[in-house]
Design a binder for this molecule. Structure first.
Ligand code: GLC
Length: 734
């Protein structure tokens, strides 16, 4: 009995102690409390200075925590394709660590080309693990700015020309990243569709184009992806910088879309204290002292949201409630990331990450032309193989601006080809050279271009097959941040080189590594063309797996390839429409971006949006719907058969477009409203079933300032691409 009493006494004592300890622990540190309870408690303990400190950088890539309360600082890192090497405290320079060489995943244009949301989730999960392992709280990506013109230097970082494709692909990426307790940071919000004058160009765009084309991917990122942070863009919208833009941030993002996360500037995107305070900015990063271009020793305290902000709070010009809203959002991000309970620990450069990088690359590569089935080329078929082009050996993970990477490894196309076909059977000749990649400046190559050119012709003459591995690269004025392209043609004399090679060898497979469309004057003269993107660390393995038939290509273009630049909407109105007059720019093509333009103007692109071949063939059955009449709140069930009519297994990204033939306003001929990647064995048939919410066929009514679905006839079309409609079905909206 005695023993029992003693045990009971101990038990009661320990419970009492536990309760006391629990009472002693502040709420914000108590994992049993809700996120909002912890945020409010932390906020209530902070001074004015500590709250203001949260709202601006303390270094190049970090912002303050609250040291006194043990609330950690926020560490951020680029970028969308891999975790950038550690950058200096106070400059853009690299620190030079030896433990920060990462996995380079394919650029997001390649991810979009997979038309595979599941793969996007795997991508986000893998890159999120690397960001977590590198102790980053915000990964500065993904970028979802719409592909408006092939001249934009940063298209390679984004998800193409169609808002629906971009929306479907960005959501799983964000969910993948954030399941690691790392915040994704969808960027650049919004209308950052070029690099020319990006720091200030004032975009004038209609409400319809804004809501129907440029915002949907951001809206999906927030409402479906539940993204925890958004990066404002450098440019202006209707006269206000987007990093502190009342319409974009207060009205659309934080009110209409209910965004509860943090808005950070692009680096140096803040320009005014009052606007930054009142127009929805939460954390100011990357500014220079007082917005000038010279950095002073105490840059960070001079930030717009630092001392000047504190002064306006202290003199009552700005109510503390404005500051508290920012601090709450920042604390919420902290409790979601570096103070999150059960946050996973991440992983860095492992087999699974290589596998993910390779699968995205393999599924994103687009076969554009394959006459006489010259591809795939199985090992042993040829004994004298020429490989021509600088992109066969050049690193394409370096350069390009903030998405540059220091990688653990990068398999080049040449290495991949040598592994697959035997180094002894391959002769490599660079053909041209472009000089080292440097930010903001073009450094010409020191090599003799004539010698390279002539050697490549000789090498091609003696070969049975030529792999031309060219395209753009990450140099300034190519696929690179900070500048736009100067020409729509391939650079470094490649068009001429391809044409001269064809004179000595007809068997030329052109492989383009790029994140943008290019002119193809040789398109009718080469038997095969492969669009192979920036594929990252696994480039050579993925590309050769496709060229050799180990993998059957299934990628489809996330943007159209116009035959000539002037065929493109934004480039057909003169300078005011692109790149602007250096102050203002007018999006004169309005909602008719990409295939929406080519359809309406009846211009045939070289290769249409959504186009991609396979080593097999597919037959589409007639599209059908579950009924004829729908109310706006109903879901339309679409179905059709798809048959693999070829001899090898393959996958096909089927697309469904919606049209409203008799709308009361101008509408695109058709718009993508559903897609699915269907895997079929040789000879196999599947019934494809897709859903379209009737309300998603609405247009944005500028008078209503809301979406409007008119009654009447709509047409749904199944298609292999925007240029290959297979069948149509009419429905009525009642
Ligand atoms: C750059 C880019 C942005 C990047 C940031 C930090 O200027 O515009 O995408 O995340 O600054 O490097």
């Amino acid at each position: 009995m005695k023993k029992l009493q003693t045990t009971l006494l101990y038990l009661l004592l320990s419970i009492w102690m536990g309760v006391q300890a629990q009472d002693m622990k502040p709420v914000y540190l108590d994992n049993t409390k809700t996120m909002e309870q912890r945020v409010e408690d932390a906020l209530s303990r902070m001074t004015l200075d500590e709250k203001v400190a949260l709202c601006h950088a303390q270094s190049k890539f970090s912002s303050h925590g609250v040291p006194r309360l043990g609330i950690p600082e926020i560490w951020m890192s680029d970028g969308p394709h891999g975790v950038r090497e550690e950058i200096d405290w106070d400059s853009w320079g690299a620190v030079g660590w030896t433990n920060d060489s990462c996995m380079a995943y394919p650029a997001l244009t390649c991810l979009a080309a997979t038309f595979n949301p599941k793969l996007s989730h795997a991508y986000g999960g893998a890159i999120g693990e690397e960001a977590r392992y590198r102790k980053k709280d915000i990964l500065l990506g993904p970028g979802v700015n719409i592909y408006r013109t092939p001249m934009n230097g940063r298209n390679f970082e984004y998800l193409g020309e169609d808002p629906y494709l971009a929306s479907q692909m960005v959501v799983p990426y964000i969910q993948g990243v954030q399941q690691n307790g790392v915040s994704a940071c969808v960027k650049h919000f919004a209308l950052n569709n070029q690099e020319e004058w990006r720091g200030h160009i004032n975009v004038n765009v209609s409400d319809r184009a804004l809501h129907e084309i440029y915002l949907p991917a951001f809206k999906a990122a927030v409402e479906e992806g539940k993204v925890w942070s958004v990066m404002g863009s450098y440019n202006q919208l209707r006269g206000q910088h987007c990093c502190h833009n009342d319409l974009l941030l207060n009205k659309i993002l934080k009110t209409d879309w209910n965004f509860d996360g943090v808005v950070v500037t692009d680096w140096g995107g803040a320009h005014d204290t009052k606007q930054a305070a009142l127009n929805g900015l939460d954390i100011e990063m990357g500014s220079y002292t007082n917005g000038l271009t010279s950095e002073s020793k105490f840059t960070y305290d001079d930030y717009y949201l630092a001392k000047p902000f504190l002064a306006l709070l202290k003199n009552g010009e700005i109510p503390v409630s404005v500051l508290d809203d920012k601090a709450r959002r920042i604390l919420r991000l902290i409790f979601r990331t570096n103070m999150a309970v059960n946050r996973p620990f991440g992983r860095f450069v492992c087999d699974e990450h290589s596998e993910t990088a390779r699968r995205v690359a393999e599924e994103g590569i687009v076969l554009l032309k394959n006459d006489k089935q010259i591809l795939p080329i199985v090992p042993g078929e040829y004994n004298r193989i020429a490989v021509i082009g600088e992109n066969a050996t050049r690193s394409l993970t370096k350069g390009g601006g903030s998405s540059e990477l220091k990688v653990k490894y990068e398999i080049s196309p040449l290495e991949g080809l040598q592994k697959m076909y035997g180094a002894g059977k391959i002769v490599y000749s660079k053909g041209y050279s472009s000089g080292p990649s440097a930010y903001g400046v073009e450094i010409p190559s020191a090599e003799n271009q004539d010698d390279l050119f002539n050697a490549a012709i000789e090498t091609s003459k003696n070969a049975e097959i030529v792999f031309f591995i060219g395209g753009l690269n990450k140099n300034h004025h190519q696929d690179c941040e900070g500048g736009d392209r100067l020409s729509y043609n391939l650079p470094f004399n490649q068009d001429k080189l391809i044409q001269e090679i064809l004179k000595v060898n007809k068997n030329v497979v052109v492989v383009l590594a790029s994140g943008n469309a290019v002119a193809m004057p040789w398109v009718n003269d080469v038997p095969a063309i492969v669009q192979s993107w920036y594929l990252g660390s696994e480039a050579g393995n993925a590309l050769t797996n496709v060229l050799s038939g180990v993998v059957n290509p299934s990628g489809k273009l996330p943007f159209s390839f116009p035959k000539k630049l002037e065929d493109n909407g934004a480039n057909s109105f003169g300078r005011e429409a692109y790149p602007g007059d250096s102050i203002n720019e007018y999006y004169k093509e309005d909602i008719l971006v990409g295939y929406r333009w080519y359809d309406t103007k009846k211009i045939a692109p070289q290769f249409p949006f959504g186009f991609g071949l396979s080593y097999t063939t597919f037959e589409y059955g007639k599209i059908a719907t579950d009924k004829k009449n729908y109310t706006p709140d109903e879901t339309i069930h679409v179905s059709f058969t798809l048959k693999n009519t070829g001899k090898v297994d393959g996958a096909e990204a089927v697309q469904v477009y919606a049209s409203q033939p008799k709308a009361s306003v101008v509408r695109p001929v058709k718009e993508l409203k559903a897609f699915s990647k269907v895997y079929l064995k040789a000879d196999e048939t599947k019934t494809v079933e897709l859903e379209i919410k009737a309300k998603d066929m609405a247009y944005f009514d500028e008078k209503l300032q809301d979406w409007k679905l008119e009654k009447g006839e709509f047409v749904l079309s199944n298609a292999a691409s925007a240029g290959q409609v297979k069948s149509n079905v009419k429905i009525q909206i009642k």
